[in-house]
Write a protein that binds this ligand. Structure first.
Ligand code: GTP
Length: 172
């Protein structure tokens, strides 16, 4: 990828969220983050960067189980507790496919990547020992889209973000 060998490509590894990206649910910022990632990557010098879209709906538990988790959240449980009640870890995703794709795109090794994320586990899984991928920088993906600014004070999004930061170590 790219003509400038020194350029460090900006990469977003994004996990599917039907409710956030297609139905524009007010419960999460997934759709906003996808838009924000595209906007930021398009601001990069040509050939821009990469969005890898992983079919890992609901942090890997699938849409049906995520909707059950939403029902539990309506009863007052947070996202982590709801997953636990359903018998799942807080985050069941795997990033091996993303690592393979980065290798296929010739993004392994020295030049490294800049990864658009606030998720420390994603940084470890993609840039950790043995993956062959060097994450030179984690670029925060706090969303500034209009739709996010409208919903960011809603109780659902506030609780969603609070749980990410307090229980999952996100750098928000
Ligand atoms: N189980 C579960 N999954 C959710 C919920 N809300 C959003 N998701 C899923 O969470 C995934 C997105 O993960 P996030 O934790 O928001 O963000 P991330 O990609 O890990 O982190 P960033 O790179 O910082 O954006 C998508 O697969 C969504 O479907 C929820 O309440 N419960």
């Amino acid at each position: 990828m790219g003509s400038d060998p020194k350029a460090v490509p900006l990469v977003r590894v994004h996990s599917e969220c039907f409710t956030g990206e297609t139905a524009w649910s007010a419960r999460c910022d997934c759709g906003d983050q996808l838009q924000e990632a595209a906007r930021r990557i398009l601001q990069e010098p040509i050939p821009h960067g990469v969005i890898i879209y992983l079919r890992q709906e609901g942090r890997g538990i699938g849409l049906e189980q995520k909707l059950k988790a939403y029902n539990l959240q309506d009863l007052g449980f947070d996202t982590v507790e709801a997953n636990e009640i359903l018998g799942f870890p807080a985050d069941a995703r795997e990033y091996g496919a993303a690592v393979d794709i980065l290798h296929d795109l010739d993004l392994a090794g020295g030049r490294g990547i800049r990864l658009l994320t606030n998720n420390p586990e994603k940084i470890r899984a993609i840039g950790g020992k043995g993956t062959g991928i060097i994450v030179r920088e984690a670029v925060s993906i706090a969303s500034l889209t209009e739709s996010f600014l409208q919903k960011k004070h809603s109780s659902e999004v506030k609780s969603y973000l609070r749980t990410k930061s307090a229980k999952m170590g996100y750098l928000l």
